[in-house]
Design a protein around this ligand. Structure first.
Ligand code: TYM
Length: 334
């Protein structure tokens, strides 16, 4: 790779990507392609830390990959691959797990949340999930990792593991930094605005899927939970205003306007009118993605060939790091 900074990020194919994924991460994935060397992955190995139905998972991996292309990930200039197609990830993850403390993994909030939610299946993969994520990032010597706020802790542990390894063996890994968007690093649920929008939310009105049709998007925004007030004003840190704050942040991110411009535009107007405007803006934003997705998903042969190409390109890059690391720890090279 040339002297451009390297970007790595991943998304789990656990269901159709949503508005939070898009504004928190995927929009930046697309935008960063011109300036940086980007490597993006559909992280199927992470997805099986929670039970998945095999046929459904297969479909979702292909859907997520095609949706990323539909959003504008250009597989000619960017490496887009399915994590499980590149065995270097699990290889490095094993190695890094020997440089990761039980204590530090126990402190991961995602592990605590997920083990509460899936108490019937608290498996070792769920526990070592952040080590695989560190391997994803470090294999490509990534400088920046575009993610939402919820991934901050996983980025910190990735850095900690890299620093520890580098301190023992000398420079092996670039230290990665999280790249989190201002304003939309944490998009909240439309029905419980004090919780983040999440794929696993059981309430269908809480979450906007990238593939929701226009009427569904607008209807969900009309039903979005706000408060008994009426002014479209952003109140930082005011829990009672979490719903309207969220809608203002979404509208600003989608239209490219500032919060102040948004407040001005809707001064004197009520919540109802504003919710409709946010819904329409989001539906307009996703319309071309939906159309492009239908086109890309229809050509399975092309999709598979893009995946194959992505896997090969990713392996070429990751092999270099893996080789270097194996040498440093003292594995006998043939
Ligand atoms: P995942 O699949 O949960 O989410 C994909 C991306 O979407 C962001 N995101 C959000 N951003 C704003 N508001 C929300 N409500 C919201 N929900 C999700 C996430 O922060 C993420 O950037 N562990 C990762 C996948 C992963 C990864 C990696 C990421 C595996 N390896 C290496 C970066 C680098 C995850 O579960 O993302």
């Amino acid at each position: 790779m040339e002297n451009k900074k390297i970007i790595f990020s991943g998304i789990q194919p656990t269901s159709t990507p949503h508005l939070g994924n898009y504004l928190g991460a995927l929009k930046n994935w697309v935008a960063m392609q011109d300036e940086y060397e980007c490597v993006y992955s559909v992280v199927d190995l992470h997805a099986v830390t929670v039970r998945q139905e095999p046929a459904k998972l297969r479909g979702q991996i292909a859907e997520t990959y095609a949706l990323l292309m539909a959003m504008g990930i250009d597989t000619e200039k960017t490496v887009l691959f399915v994590q499980g197609h590149n065995p270097h990830h699990t290889q490095l993850a094993w190695l890094l797990s020997c440089y990761t403390g039980f204590g530090e993994l126990s402190r991961m909030t995602q592990f605590k949340d997920k083990s509460e939610k899936h108490s019937e299946n608290i498996n070792a993969g769920l526990f070592t999930y952040p080590v695989l994520q560190a391997a994803d990032i470090l294999l490509y010597q990534a400088d920046l990792v575009p993610v939402g706020e919820d991934q901050k802790q996983h980025l910190e542990i990735s850095r900690d593991i890299a620093v520890r390894f580098n301190n023992i063996y000398g420079e092996a890994f670039t230290l990665p930094q999280a790249h989190i968007p201002l304003g939309c690093g944490k998009v909240m649920s439309l029905s419980e605005p004090r919780r983040k929008m999440s794929k696993s939310d059981e309430n269908p009105h809480a979450c906007i899927s990238v593939l929701d049709d226009r009427d569904t998007v607008v209807r969900k925004f009309k039903r979005a939970v706000t408060d008994s007030g009426s002014e479209i004003v952003y109140r930082e840190g005011d829990d009672l205003k979490a719903g309207i704050n969220n809608l203002i942040s979404i509208y600003a991110a989608v239209t490219g306007k500032t919060v102040a411009e948004t407040e001005k535009e809707f001064s004197g107007k009520g919540y109802g009118e504003f919710k409709l405007a946010v819904g329409e803006a989001v539906a307009d934003m996703f319309k071309p993605v939906r159309e492009e997705y239908a086109r890309i998903a229809a050509d399975k042969t092309h999709l598979i060939s893009r995946m194959r190409d992505g896997a090969e390109k990713s392996m070429k890059i990751s092999a270099k790091t893996l080789k270097k690391v194996c040498k440093k720890v003292g594995f006998l090279q043939l």
